[in-house]
Design a protein around this ligand. Sequence first.
Ligand code: BV8
Ligand code: ZN
Length: 242
Amino acid sequence: MTDAQRQLAEKLTAARKVVALSGAGLSAESGVPTFRGDGGLWRNHRPADLATPEAFATDPQLVWEFYNWRREKVLSVEPNPAHHALTELERSLPAFCHITQNVDALAHRAGGENIIELHGNLMTTLCSACREAQPHAPVIVPFPTYCEHCGALVRPGVVWFGESVTQFEPALAAMNECDVLLVIGTSAVVQPAASLATIARRQGAFAAEFNLEATPLTDRIDLFIAGPAGRTLPPVVQAAFA
Ligand code: BV8
Ligand code: ZN
């Protein structure tokens, strides 16, 4: 354990309300590709061609296939020790909220409960016109199906660029109330998720960041814990609640 990990463990032991804000780096050790950086999805695909409402309107089949490929990937992997450490943290604290930009639901599969999926969920679908959720629509089919209510094309239940994130108000409330914020595996460049961290810090929360490298947030947090979260986070949680 480093001094930084020990210091964070003490803060967690004393905390009442803790928030974790996560990104693709949390799932990297499970084998889910990240978006930016080496091997990142946006190295080979342009976001504007695949993750916007305009892209879906232009070529629904291409967009659908991109998401099918990601769905299959996610179904073939397992939560990693960082996901499990967050579940243990949730069970050890009076109040805990995990705000994630990830659409892979791995935190749920690790047993996490109070999770805000800011960018939606890969395994759900909604109508591209009336936005009704499609509870009966099969997700992994070779082509998009049609809405049960209005007949328009069904799309993946994720938040695309230019769209409003889901559950922003509860995420904001959690940031305004927490004593400790953990920022895990996000490049902190996509808004409004990235600005949520700043809100917690401004109201006096102690903020720690887990990442392989510095991000635009690093200068504005209290502790930076370098390394893969699956290795650096579990010992902190264990030390805090052993
Ligand atoms: C909105 C879902 C209005 C779909 C995604 C100019 C300036 C500011 C903003 C904008 C701008 N131009 C446009 C915007 C707005 C835009 C935006 O922020 N663009 C950026 C890129 C400039 N945002 C939007 O359009 C958003 N909506 O603004 O609406 C509004 C405003 C306020 C309130 C309400 C509404 C909607 C954005 C949602 C886009 N959807 N995904 C899908 O998945 O297909 S975004 C995409 O990036 C990803 O899906 C992911 O969710 C998100 C964030 O990425 P990260 O998770 O951070 O992943 P990344 O690969 O970047 O980083 C990984 C990190 O992990 C790295 O730092 C790496 O070092 C680290 N790491 C790797 N391995 C490990 C690790 N760390 C620890 N351990 C490891 N093992
Ligand atoms: Zn519809």
